[in-house]
Ligand binder design. Structure first.
Ligand SMILES: [Zn+2]
Ligand SMILES: [Zn+2]
Length: 262
């Protein structure tokens, strides 16, 4: 729905269940964009949180309260989120209805089986996810410094993949960020570059997804066309195994049109 370094929120639905992955937009903006995409926010079954960075949780407390739905969040992500946030009266935020998951252990939300898995990123307990229902498997993985074997493993057999393509290395090196920030982004607990994603597409990707969404693009250190071109080139012949996979980009300022499978 939206993804970039300023705010991430993605809706995944089976015919009976709808999950919001991350709540990095305000409650009002999330509702507005869901309606624009033809989704009823009041039909959301649950919110699932990847990690406590602000661009993934800034709308969380208000949205969870307003919709009265459970939030699936790891215990340490929840503690760190509370520790560094205060409401206007100086109180720590809280979630009334929450379920703590552990990376590596599946859980169910309605008819969707969610598999959280650890990703390398500088947060308390950062996770990527796969979602399985009705014979379809979809992965959502943003905010990772590199592609370790467990992430490559979880991306096998996916029908749809939303994955980070954060920056172009040259643009980042020559860009406006202070050196410390550049080092953080480039580190093994920072963000995935177009080139690192291309390496995955060339080596380990099984070519099975009907759509690929390039997400969490940096507004300063990437161009959508550059990210798309790098991915296309790396995918090469893998795009037409059974059907031609669509490579889509998730933008910050407008909702991504709904992608349907099955
Ligand atoms: Zn992050
Ligand atoms: Zn992020």
């Amino acid at each position: 729905m939206a993804s970039a370094s300023r705010g991430n929120a993605t809706v995944l639905s089976s015919s009976r269940t709808s999950i919001l992955v991350d709540a990095g937009l305000s409650c009002r903006e999330t509702m507005k964009r869901m309606k624009a995409a033809g989704e009823d926010p009041h039909k959301l079954t649950a919110i699932v949180i990847s990690h406590e960075h602000n661009d993934h949780v800034s709308g969380l407390e208000v949205l969870a309260r307003k919709l009265g739905i459970p939030v699936y969040i790891s215990e340490s992500t929840y503690q760190w989120w509370r520790r560094f946030n205060r409401d206007s009266e100086g109180r720590q935020p809280a979630l009334e209805r929450r379920e703590h998951f552990q990376p590596g252990k599946n859980f169910s939300v309605g008819d969707i089986t969610v598999t959280p898995f650890t990703i390398p990123h500088d947060a308390a307990d950062p996770c990527g996810f796969t979602f399985q229902a009705e014979g379809i498997k979809i992965a959502v993985v943003t905010d990772l410094g590199y592609m370790p074997p467990n992430v490559r493993q979880n991306l096998r057999g996916c029908d749809g993949i939303m994955i980070e393509s954060n920056h172009d290395l040259e643009m980042l090196r020559n860009g406006p960020y202070p050196w410390m920030v550049k080092q953080r982004v480039m580190s093994r607990v920072g963000h995935l570059s177009n080139a690192a994603l291309a390496e995955f597409f060339e080596t380990d990707y099984d070519g099975g997804a009907a759509f690929l969404v390039l997400a969490h693009l940096s507004e300063e250190n990437n161009h959508p066309e550059l990210a798309r071109e790098t991915a296309h080139k790396a995918l090469g012949g893998k795009m037409n195994l059974f059907q031609s996979a669509a490579v889509t980009l998730a933008y910050q300022d407008k909702p991504l049109h709904p992608l349907c499978l099955g």
